[in-house]
Design a protein around this ligand. Structure first.
Ligand SMILES: [Zn+2]
Ligand SMILES: [Zn+2]
Length: 330
């Protein structure tokens, strides 16, 4: 099979590999469509440490091609998407339902070979069948949408909440749309004008692009979602949050940044970390199938596996949204 092998920082090449065989409880998928995620770029650029060599990629739609001996829950030919963070179901976090922060988590495309290949093996219980009505191009968003859904769930949004979304990249646009299912009053903040125009199309009522506009919004928001990962963003969020407000952090900053702790106490702010998702992927498949979230405007390109290297090298282009990788056809 053809596979994209990452061997070192900035070093990814297409090579031929043996087709992997599923173990007892695994399934082999023929990968149809994959999505490139920020974490793929982070591994490629050496900001997220993975044991190399590895085949990256974790967002995918595939067809069940072969079943391990003990698998009875799926059938060959079924189209599925993947929950790519395998949890142990047995540790103290899993026992509390916090499977997203399982102590023994295995990340597809980081710790083990992922989906940027013709075939991938995946545990059967990490797969979700897809309805025929949902196209590959839309279904591949179920995993990133689950990241947004988890953050919005943690925020427990009320109809009257004034919401700010920091960062209008893919996760920001999806978070904005998930929040929009609960509140009409959404403001998007980003430095890139084209992303804010997109945010308006996705349902943002207001947009903010510069510091003076931000300064004018002191204590104006009940709920703030931080998706940018920019180190000073929490600092700004604390200023912009209304007393009693919530700040949900889903962008992973490259480094920590000091924050005004006095303001957190005085305003009695709730600051929450949101890490990927627990069981939201299944619900997100339904939401996508119902057409309640727009994904097509978020696709900035569809490439082939051979173009992956160039694409990852240029990952931080400001106009970029989600790039899809078309790997096999049916
Ligand atoms: Zn992802
Ligand atoms: Zn666990």
């Amino acid at each position: 099979m053809k596979a994209a092998i990452l061997k070192g920082i900035g070093d990814i090449h297409i090579e031929h590999r043996e087709i992997p065989q599923p173990a007892e409880n695994e399934v082999r998928l023929k990968v149809l469509m994959a999505g490139i995620c920020g974490s793929d770029s982070s591994i490629y650029h050496g900001k997220l440490i993975a044991p190399l060599p590895v085949i990256p990629g974790h967002e995918a739609v595939g067809i069940v091609e072969a079943l391990g001996a003990a698998v009875s829950s799926l059938r060959v030919g079924q189209r599925v998407t993947i929950h790519p963070n395998y949890f142990c179901s047995d540790c103290s976090m899993c026992n509390k339902g916090l499977t997203n922060i399982c102590r023994n988590k295995i990340r597809l495309g980081v710790d083990i070979n992922g989906v940027f290949a013709d075939y991938v093996v995946v545990p059967a219980d990490a797969l979700y069948p897809l309805p025929d009505s949902l196209s590959n191009e839309v279904a591949v968003f179920a995993e990133p949408l689950a990241v947004a859904a988890h953050a919005v769930k943690l925020a427990n949004l009320k109809n009257e909440d004034r919401v700010l979304v920091f960062g209008a990249g893919v996760i920001g646009q999806l978070t904005l749309q998930m929040a929009r299912l609960h509140s009409q009053d959404i403001t998007a903040c980003d430095l890139v004008q084209s992303r804010l125009e997109l945010a308006k199309r996705m349902g943002a009522r207001n947009t903010i692009s510069d510091q003076s506009e931000l300064d004018a919004c002191e204590s104006a928001f009940d709920v703030i979602f931080e998706t940018s990962g920019a180190p000073p963003a929490l600092d700004m969020g604390i200023k912009l949050a209304a007393p009693g407000g919530k700040i949900v952090l889903l962008g992973l900053p490259g480094q920590s940044h000091p924050v005004p702790t006095v303001q957190i106490v005085r305003k009695e702010l709730n600051i929450l970390g949101s890490m990927i998702y627990t069981d939201e992927i299944e619900q997100c498949i339904d939401i996508l199938d119902q057409g309640r979230i727009q994904t097509r405007p978020l696709v900035s390109g569809v490439i082939s596996l051979d173009q992956l290297s160039t694409n990852l090298a240029n990952f931080n282009a400001p106009q970029r949204m989600k790039t899809l990788v078309a790997i096999n056809s049916l």
